[in-house]
Write a protein that binds this ligand. Sequence first.
Ligand SMILES: *Cc1c(COP(=O)(O)O)cnc(C)c1O
Length: 395
Amino acid sequence: MYVYADNAATTAMSPAALAATIAAMQECYGNPSSLHSIGQEAAEKLEAARATMAAGINAQPREIYFTSGGSEADNQAIFSAALLGKKKGKMHIITTSIEHHAVLHTLKRLEKEGWEITLLPVDKDGMISAQQVADAIREDTCLVTIMFANNEIGTIQPVAEIGAICREKGVLFHCDAVQAAGHLPIDVEAMQIDMLSLAAHKFHGPKGVGLLYVRKGIILHNLIEGGAQERGKRAGTEYLPGIIGMAAAFQDCLEHMEESTAYVQKLRDKLIQGLSGIPHSILNGHPEKRLPGNVNMCFEGIEGESLLLWLDQNGIAASSGSACTSGSLDPSHVLLALGRPHEVAHGSLRLTLSEYNTEEEVDHIIATVPKVVEYLRGISPVWEKLEKGELPHVI
Ligand SMILES: *Cc1c(COP(=O)(O)O)cnc(C)c1O
């Protein structure tokens, strides 16, 4: 048995998305900018996909700009709001300490160029409150950018409350909804979101495609100059098969959201329950307000990387944090923000489930993880010290 439990990193494509993508590659090869009928057929398909995506978040089709994925959408939203702010002499941006690097690194670049960034701290469960946002907004704030749900610990933020505060104070609100899209209901009107990023490959669509929703009236900055595609705001021939595949995947998610959520949440809770007996372990993230498929735990006395390699050998694909940080040896900025000490943050494990996982697979994880943790502790010098009382247990 091999269990894929890394759905926050990326997902397998749904049969509907796969069929739509392949069909578009085979049959719909025209360039939507071409005036002949093959091009116009492609343009119609492009606009149909745009309408599907817009309807799924309660936006207008003209407010949707297709991108290469979540990172590009985050970059374009933040640079646009920053430049709009600069024109008005407003160069202060508010975010949280647990955002994705596509947001944090973009803000770091702006900071070097003169913008001031406020990083809101999160509580022990990774939550921020609308009050924190209200207190941080100043006369010169041009943007609040806060994620819908965290990719590492799954915590879901009070997005509608934050949206209401931003609207009341006249500050743009961008929401990185890459982890939420397709899994949680999103309504940009009710939640008063001005800009929103999502990516197809996190909800069983193809990789390399996503979108930025931008409320009508907000002027976008171009990251890529060239042709007049995407209302002149994102040049380059559209990745039409990907866009069509994304719309098919999203439609499929929307139609089955309630039952998928119930099913995945049940698996998640069983998994949390099954692993909670491991001594000196702790669940990271909010106990209830978390993504349906997210489990994230720390185990004292072990290295997350060794755990991952041993789990892979035992038929489980997991992650120690975000795929983007796993190349480096720094512990996760998200776990540190929760107040986990460095050595505890190093022993983290993220298991993220989807509707394609089964109860048998969860049973396999529950049977395997405790054994591997015990084995790794058995060969860990740090664990030996903890057991002898030479080091204090922190969790
Ligand atoms: C995956 C992810 C991104 C990046 O999306 P890509 O499509 O891989 O560029 C951004 N934000 C969050 C929260 C994510 O989970």
